[in-house]
Write a protein that binds this ligand. Structure first.
Ligand code: PMT
Length: 422
């Protein structure tokens, strides 16, 4: 069986000189067993012709959204694709995709497609490094697109630098990897040789029960006001999603968050720290791993007013009482020497970050502690990226550079798997 037997690939070719290499990509895809539908943009047609791709793929090549209106070519192509590869992807096409524009057959088709998307950017170095292109690339990445390249090398006109399209074989390998990723997700539907496959993504948490807490608790002052914090839930939701994609049975105890529940995850919504405490302890006996990414209020008002506090009554004095420390209690429960559940804490710090994290790791009796510096504007609360130091109670230390929260989650779960196996 070939690597891509029975897989339907949508090959989008946009208008850059690297379009000439797209013919080799088509040949490699077909050689690997794929059925390839090619869409050329008008710019691509200036560099290469439809006949090349019809000859290589044995299928009609499309260029126009205004042809065959009744058959809705874009919807049909988009829905039937198992994976889309844009090779080369120009700065212009990336900008249109990031903005959700649909003004030609390729972009309308991609808006109608729900399959994995692989982009092989190609452009001059200045264009690739332009803030707009960096932004568009990040938007597409965060939306789940796989960007492969560009390479650093010789460009059109004798220039040299980052912007050269990756080799055709590298792009085809990226297509295979994207299909493997999709096949490994609980709702991933892929046909051909990937149907039912879980290769590529490690299912190393198969059968492991993981509880994740996420978001910021809210402690009510009166019916309309609360004490809260900036946590959006992104870090915890990413952990839940990645753990589930690696085979874990995941319970996500979520403080208020607008994020959708990751596929295959059991979600328990809570509001206050006390509710989170009860939800965690209701599930704890069944858990192998607990990851506490939530930002939990350390204090709550000693009482909650039943009616809205009136401004005319003057500034209220709010007496605070401590909330239970959920992580510390979980750590204390294992004092007898039990090594389960594995406990992973987070620490949101602003000063002397690592020392404060180490102290917390010990004080709370966790196995692992993820310290993030929340004073940085690209890490910690609300943003899609994080930068962390992962501390192990046995003295291990891993620095995670600025990465997506899913990537940080991956590193944390690698450390969990190592402890599970130890
Ligand atoms: O949600 P995002 O916007 O993506 O932001 C992510 C994050 C910054 C919230 C996350 O990365 C993070 O750092 N979470 C922990 C925040 C925090 O409350 O840290 P802390 O240092 O106050 O608490 C240390 C640990 O004890 C945490 O695991 C916390 O869940 C736990 N804790 C704290 C207080 C309490 N009463 N009970 C607890 O279990």
């Amino acid at each position: 069986m070939e690597r891509l037997d029975g897989v339907r690939v949508l090959l989008g070719v946009s208008g850059g000189i690297a379009a000439y290499k797209a013919g080799i990509v088509a040949r490699l895809l077909v050689g690997a067993g794929a059925s390839v539908d090619t869409v050329l943009t008008r710019g691509a047609e200036r560099f290469v012709g439809t006949a090349t791709f019809e000859g290589l793929t044995g299928r009609p090549v499309r260029t126009e959204v205004w042809e065959d209106i009744a058959t809705q070519t874009h919807v049909g192509l988009g829905r039937s694709a198992d994976v889309a590869l844009i090779y080369p992807a120009t700065a212009h096409v990336m900008a249109k995709l990031a903005g959700g524009l649909a003004d030609d057959l390729l972009t309308t088709t991609l808006l109608a497609a729900t399959c994995p998307l692989v982009l092989a950017p190609a452009m001059h170095t200045e264009m690739w490094q332009h803030a707009a292109t960096r932004h568009n690339a990040e938007v597409l990445r965060q939306r789940g697109a796989h960007l492969v390249g560009p390479d650093d090398g010789v460009l059109m006109g004798g220039d040299s630098g980052p912007g050269r399209v990756v080799d055709p074989q590298v792009a085809v390998d990226a297509v295979v990897a994207a299909l493997e990723d999709r096949a490994a997700t609980p709702d991933g539907q892929v046909s051909g040789s990937f149907a039912g496959r879980t290769a590529g993504v490690d299912r190393d948490l198969e059968g492991t029960r993981v509880l994740v807490t996420a978001g910021g608790t809210r402690e009510p002052i009166d019916p309309v006001r609360f004490l809260g914090n900036r946590s959006s839930g992104k870090m915890g939701f990413a952990l839940a999603e990645v753990a589930a994609s690696r085979g874990a049975d995941v319970v996500l105890v979520a403080a208020p968050s607008t994020l959708p529940t990751p596929a295959g995850v059991q979600r328990v919504d809570v509001t206050t720290a006390l509710e989170m405490y009860h939800a965690v302890f209701a599930h704890i006996d069944a858990m192998d791993v607990v990851v506490k990414a939530a930002a939990v209020a350390d204090f709550r008002p000693s009482s909650t007013a039943t009616s809205k506090l009136k401004k005319d009554a003057g500034a209220p004095s709010i007496e605070l009482v401590p909330n239970p420390d959920i992580l510390a209690e979980l750590g204390a429960r294992r004092d007898g020497g039990a090594d389960r559940p594995i406990l992973v804490g987070f620490a949101a710090e602003t000063d002397d970050v690592e020392a404060a994290g180490l102290a917390k790791l010990k004080r709370k009796g966790a196995d692992l502690l993820v310290v993030n510096d929340v004073s940085a504007n690209d890490a910690g609360f609300e943003v899609d990226t994080n930068r962390a130091i992962l501390l192990d109670r046995d003295g291990g230390r891993v620095e995670v550079p600025l990465s997506s929260k899913a990537e940080v989650a991956g590193v944390v779960l690698d450390a969990v798997v190592a402890r599970l196996r130890a």
